[in-house]
Design a protein around this ligand. Structure first.
Ligand code: AP5
Ligand code: MG
Length: 238
């Protein structure tokens, strides 16, 4: 029988209340990290921390960090570790992270992973991190990336092929005209995949070796994948 939200909250065997704690969502570009993070936010009431979204917010606001990151993101390569780590450190100080959080797209280099591991280890009683890697094949990823559209107001994620809005081109909730990310072209996707293979695949292996790790098939309905993640987290929090 699969675990449910209630299992994670209560702890299926002990009956004690268990918090979701820190969850890492790993996976290639388009694997569904953002989509699944939003499902888990609804279920668990803990925040999604997407380093990609934080960086894009800096770009939109024209901060110094955003000006430096804009070109890096557009090329499909990674922003320097020190910049991203500092951004995450600032976000993790906010009180809404006390019961846990979902890190979406972080860590994605080994130095980011070791930075996070030592930060968490220094926090004494904090729950150990659980890493979930979403697996989707290359052709499916490419279709997802080129078909993705986002609401610039509420950040909802759509897809012209698999998850279209009710009215083409407009957000179901905000009514705003949907936008396409500058890095969602086939060429930049290929570069992002190279960065993923060279720099982020070793992070997946790092957490696989670490134990509290699950690989979840990211090809299926959004609800079925979310249920798979919840079941994995329930098992790993026992
Ligand atoms: P980031 O924004 O993190 O991009 P990414 O990792 O490439 O991942 P995506 O956001 O493209 O995909 P996703 O897995 O979230 O998929 P989604 O749910 O949207 O990073 C962007 C850039 O910022 C990086 O290239 C780098 O420059 C920089 N950066 C960010 N973090 C960094 C870090 N830690 N260090 C250094 N640099 C960093 O889904 C994709 C599409 O598929 C959507 O259209 C969705 O509707 C659809 N979809 C989702 N699930 C399903 C499903 N089950 N079935 C069918 N379609 C689905
Ligand atoms: Mg994303």
């Amino acid at each position: 029988m699969s675990s449910t939200m209630a299992d994670v909250e209560r702890g299926p065997e002990t009956g004690r209340k268990t918090l979701p704690g820190p969850i890492l969502l790993l996976g290639a570009p388009g694997a569904g990290k953002g989509t699944q993070a939003k499902e888990l936010v609804k279920l668990w009431g803990i925040p999604q921390i997407s380093t990609g979204d934080l960086l894009r917010a800096h770009v939109a606001q024209g901060t110094a960090l955003g000006k430096a990151a804009k070109d890096v993101i557009a090329r499909g390569i990674l922003v320097p570790d020190s910049v991203v780590n500092e951004m995450v450190a600032g976000r993790l100080k906010e009180p809404d992270t006390a019961r846990g959080y979902i890190l979406d797209g972080f860590p994605r280099t080994l130095p980011q992973a070791t930075w996070l591991d030592s930060r968490l280890a220094g926090q004494g009683e904090a729950l150990p991190v659980i890493a979930v890697s979403l697996h989707v094949d290359y052709n499916q990823l490419l279709r997802r990336i080129t078909g993705r559209r986002n609401c610039p107001v509420c950040q909802r994620i759509y897809n012209v092929y698999s998850n279209p809005p009710r009215q083409e081109g407009f957000c179901d909730v905000e009514g705003a005209a949907l936008v396409q990310r500058a890095d969602d072209t086939e060429e930049v996707f290929a570069e992002r995949m190279r960065a993923y293979t060279a720099q982020t695949a070793p992070v997946v292996e790092h957490y696989r070796a670490h134990g509290r790790f699950a690989e979840v098939d990211g090809d299926g309905t959004i609800a079925a994948i979310a249920a798979g993640i919840v079941a994995a987290v329930g098992r790993l929090r026992k």
